[in-house]
Design a protein around this ligand. Structure first.
Ligand code: ATP
Length: 242
């Protein structure tokens, strides 16, 4: 990015963008709980991250975590242009409450030609608007986390429920006691529930991505199952009380 070192108001761990050759460069706009956790994780994984928030305090908090942290209003097109944001690979817009600011920021990023824009939506309608104006991906962290927790509450054997699309999901099922010693062939999820066991985690750690039909299940095994939501719901109900 151009001019990055010459801006006195910039904070951050420093370093020049583009030093980590071949690695994607990110910006995160809005450093609330969601945005700051995305920025922090990316930085911890060794990626260059530009963090932006209109609150000087939030910027200060991230200054020692990310490559550069800067205070700016993302609805100000000139400010974003001056930051050279279009040179980055991915921009995450994590503004929740102020829906107008979230939409306007996305529009500006689109106009500036940012290659990939990920936006956090607050409501379904907000998400629809974001899709319409060209967000590459819209995420609903509160809704999705609520859904995952609810699935786990219904069945303690369900460790994870990840929505792949509105129709398909992946669930992680802790092997209940009545399945112990049975093989995948005997359980026959494919015929009984129309779902596929993609992988088995042994002892919750070691992953077998090519599970054999004659593998006898152990109590510590976790099945990773992919299927349609309706089919997975039937399967979850069936194992809810075991
Ligand atoms: P959380 O992730 O904590 O749930 P939230 O969805 O409640 O966040 P807000 O707190 O409304 O979202 O916004 C997240 C951050 O975005 C805040 O730190 C806020 O200062 C920042 N923000 C809001 N509008 C703008 C803007 N126009 N430009 C830059 N930053 C902004």
């Amino acid at each position: 990015m151009e001019n990055i070192e010459s801006k006195p108001e910039w904070q951050g761990r420093g370093g020049t963008f583009g030093m980590a050759k071949g690695k994607k460069q990110f910006a995160v706009i809005g450093l609330g709980r969601f945005g700051s956790s995305v920025a922090r994780y990316l930085a911890e994984m060794g990626y260059e991250v530009l963090a932006i928030d209109e609150s000087q305090e939030r910027v200060q908090e991230m200054a020692n975590v990310v490559t550069h942290a800067v205070s700016a209003d993302s609805t100000d097109e000139e400010a974003l242009r001056a930051l050279g944001i279009r040179n980055l690979d991915v921009v995450v817009v994590a503004i929740g409450q102020d829906i107008q600011a979230s939409i306007l920021t996305t529009l500006i990023l689109k106009d500036l030609g940012v290659p990939r824009i990920i936006v956090k939506a607050q409501t379904e309608l907000h998400g629809k608007v974001l899709n319409k104006i060209g967000a590459d991906k819209v995420v609903f962290p509160e809704r999705d986390m609520g859904l995952r927790v609810a699935h786990q509450l219904i069945s303690p054997n369900i460790l994870e429920h990840i929505e792949l699309s509105p129709d398909y999901s992946i669930v992680e099922l802790q092997v209940p006691s009545n399945m112990v010693g049975k093989t995948l062939r005997q359980l026959d999820f494919r015929v009984k529930y129309g779902c596929n066991v993609m992988a088995i985690k042994h002892g919750g750690q070691q992953m077998d991505v090519t599970p054999r039909a004659d593998h006898a299940l152990e109590r510590t095994d976790v099945l990773v199952i992919v299927g349609g939501n309706e089919q997975l719901n039937r399967l979850e109900q069936a194992y809810a009380k075991l």
